[in-house]
Design a protein around this ligand. Structure first.
Ligand code: E4P
Length: 220
């Protein structure tokens, strides 16, 4: 089971990587825009902090352009960068070509099990179903993860990992991992929330205060 960070903020990658449990990072054009920084510089810095797969997304909409961008990114950026392409027929063509050259591809913007299956057949390393954006339009995003995982169970030869994306809260993470998703990518806020519990905080407060009493009494 892999936990990825969904961000283009280098400081956030540093923070979560320092915990020792960060398996990879996903970015997208909107996250790059939010960072206000140069795309390739950001990806390079992130890939030097985290040695897991770092998704860099292409913006061409034709397969030729996607392949060209993917090859350029692979030649200019660290080895652990993988190429993110949209789930369209052109994206499938690019996925097939890039993966046949040994390049990892993350097929993104997946909203149906059939799209996930097609991307897997094209050789994707990851397929990214967007849970939160399905919830946003009034449907149950987690049902898509369940459906994809049921299909994957029937065909153990599928090597493509299911990367649950567009995660909105900690419960999403627990649910998709219970369904067997191989990977989940989440914003930094959710990584922090996963580690937070008020009883841990109050427990530490009590232990520290009792220990201060022990020291004051000279029993330490
Ligand atoms: C995943 O790779 C995407 O970058 C991301 O999870 C999209 O999430 P959003 O729906 O919160 O924008």
């Amino acid at each position: 089971m892999e936990l990825f960070l969904d961000t283009a903020e280098v400081d956030e990658v540093k923070e979560i990587a320092s915990w020792g449990i960060l398996d990879g990072v996903t970015t997208n054009p909107s996250l790059i825009k939010k960072s206000g920084r140069d795309f390739k510089k950001v990806i390079k810095e992130i890939a030097e902090i985290c040695d897991g797969p770092i998704s860099a997304e292409v913006t061409s909409m034709d397969s030729e352009g996607m392949i060209k961008e993917g090859l350029e990114l692979k030649s200019e950026l660290p080895e652990n960068v993988i190429i993110k392409v949209p789930c369209t027929p052109e994206g499938l063509i690019a996925t097939k070509e890039l993966s046949s050259r040994g390049i990892g591809v993350n097929v993104t913007l997946i909203f149906s099990a059939s799209q996930a299956l097609m991307a897997a057949k094209a050789g994707a390393m990851y397929v990214s179903p967007f849970v939160g954006r399905i919830d946003d339009i009034g449907h149950e995003g987690m049902d898509l993860i369940a459906q994809i995982m049921r299909i994957w169970e029937q065909y153990p030869e599928i090597e493509t990992k299911v990367l649950a994306a567009s995660i909105r809260h900690p419960t999403h993470i627990l649910e998709c991992l219970q369904l067997g998703a191989h990977t989940a990518t989440m914003p930094t806020k959710i990584f922090r929330q996963l580690m937070k519990h008020p009883l841990t905080d109050s427990g530490i407060e009590r232990f520290l205060s009792d220990w201060a009493d022990v020291e004051n009494a000279g029993n330490a």
